[in-house]
Structures are given as C-alpha cells and as structure tokens.
Design a protein around this ligand. Structure first.
Ligand code: ADP
Ligand code: MG
Length: 256
C-alpha cells in the first residue's frame, strides 16, 4: 500500500516544489516506487521532472474531472526514476469546475486508490494556497510534509496551515497528520535562522525532521535542466541532504 504525502505550505517560494521533486528522486534512488502528483497549475514539479507540461495529452486536471484515469494520465520521468501525474495551466480552471461536483474534495483520493498497489510513495506538490486543489491533496494523504525557511514570520504563517490540517482531520480525513516540518534553504551562518530553528524544535519537538536542507545553488540551477538536483548533481550538498531526507522518510513511515 502506498504512503501518500502532501508537500504543503500556503506561502509561495518556500521550497515545496524543490522538496517534492528531490524527495521523489531521493526515494527512487533508495529503491522506492514513487508517483509524483503535481497539483499546482504552474506545473513546476512537472517541468522540474523533465516532463513538458505543454505536451501532455492528459493531466491531473483530467483525473479530477474524471475524463482520464491516473493510469492513462501519468508519464515516466525517464531520468528521474519516478512517475509523474502532471499539471499545466488548465488545472487553474478545476477550482471552479469542481465546486458543483459530487465528492469534490475526494476526487484525487478516489483516483489514487486505483494505483495504490503500484507505489510505495505518492508525493503531492500543492499550490501556495488553501484551495480546493490543496483540499483534494489533504484528503488523499496520510500526512503532510511542511517545508519551511527559518525566518522571522515562518511560525506565524504556519498556524493557518496547522488549523486547516486539523479541520480536514476532524471532518474529512481522520488519517491526516503533520508528518514533519522540514527546514529548507538553511544557512547556519545566519544567527536568526539558527534561533528560529531552535524555536521550531522547542515548539514541535520530534515533528521537526532531523535532516536539514542547506541553501545550495545546485538545487536552484537544476530545474532549468529539467531535473531534480538529486539527479542533476547527486554529489552536491543539497542533493546529498535530500537523499538523507529520503532515508529519514523511509524510516518514519515504518512508524505510522
Ligand atoms: P515553492 O514550490 O514553495 O513555490 P520552490 O521549490 O519553487 O518553492 O522554491 C522557490 C525558489 O527557491 C526556487 O527558485 C528554487 O530553485 C529555490 N530553492 C528552493 N530550495 C532551495 C535550496 N535549498 N537552495 C537554494 N535554492 C533553493
Ligand atoms: Mg511550487
């Protein structure tokens, strides 16, 4: 049975997509069968896996509206070792189109159930909002991975997300939990980042992942080559950290 995780944070530019593609590649690297679901109309996780979002004949949009199955819409990200259920701008329309449909927040969950046995992990890259798309992600998932930068407002932004997760847990998906907070783009030379990191540990204890993802330019360069950093330059510090994070995730899922 696949373990399904959303990578979510309602802020943009915090490292959701970088985390999703590199964790997917890291998990594939340690022998896991992975499906990446791009739930962001920007399609960055799709492109960042080397899949051209403009060439797709079917996407997660079709899956949500039931005009394609996951098996029909997914493609292989050749060099990355995982499958991709891609997204493009069309997905922005789903927000409105879903409103009148039955089981509107459970459509992704229903669709993923069919391919459950084919994967060890399903990773869902969420858009930077708490929208119907994100809700579909949260309803499908066993847990949420929250990437965050150790900045002054990081904790403040977190409370909206934590409240949404609590509500979804109470009303729609009793399995849902925060699996962990992932410190990303971390620079230990910046005292403030160290302080916020310590605060996070004090507040959230074991919910903070042991692995820390450093700020590393190779991770930022990789998307322009259509590859996750882990595939583009496996030896880079950031890539090594994501492979370490993949191992930490494999160990954590034994316990949930
Ligand atoms: P989100 O999906 O939350 O909007 P992204 O993953 O697209 O965020 O990251 C935002 C920007 O930060 C991108 O340009 C990305 O390449 C860069 N970035 C993300 N993580 C790192 C990192 N660890 N080191 C350096 N740059 C990073
Ligand atoms: Mg993104």
């Amino acid at each position: 049975m696949a373990k399904i995780f959303c990578v979510a944070n309602q802020k943009g530019g915090v490292g959701k997509t970088t985390t999703t593609v590199n964790l997917a590649a890291g998990l594939a690297n340690v022998g896991q069968r992975v499906l990446l679901v791009d739930l962001d109309p920007q399609g960055n996780a799709t492109m960042g896996s080397g899949v051209d979002k403009r060439q797709l004949t079917a996407t997660v949009y079709d899956v949500l509206l039931e005009s394609a199955t996951v098996a029909e819409a997914r493609v292989q990200a050749d060099r990355c070792g995982y499958d991709v259920l891609g997204a493009n701008r069309e997905l922005a329309g789903a927000e409105v189109e879903l409103v009148d449909l039955e089981r509107r927040e459970k459509r992704l969950k229903d669709a993923l159930a069919v391919v459950d046995a084919e994967y060890d992990f399903v990773l869902i890259d969420c858009p930077p909002s708490l929208s119907m798309l994100t809700l579909n992600g949260l309803c499908s998932a066993h847990g949420v991975i929250v990437p965050m930068q150790c900045e002054y407002f990081a904790l403040e932004g977190l409370s909206d997300l934590v409240n949404t997760i609590k509500q979804v847990h109470a009303n729609l998906n009793p399995e849902l939990q925060v699996i962990g907070l992932l410190r990303v783009m971390f620079d230990p030379r910046i005292t403030l980042q160290q302080q916020v990191s310590d605060q996070l540990k004090a507040h959230f204890g074991p919910k903070v992942f042991d692995t820390v993802i450093p700020r590393n330019v190779r991770l930022a360069e990789a998307p322009s080559y259509g590859l996750p950093g882990v595939v583009f330059d496996p030896a880079a510090r950031g890539s090594q950290a994501f492979i370490e994070f993949a191992r930490e995730m494999v160990a954590r899922v034994q316990k949930i």
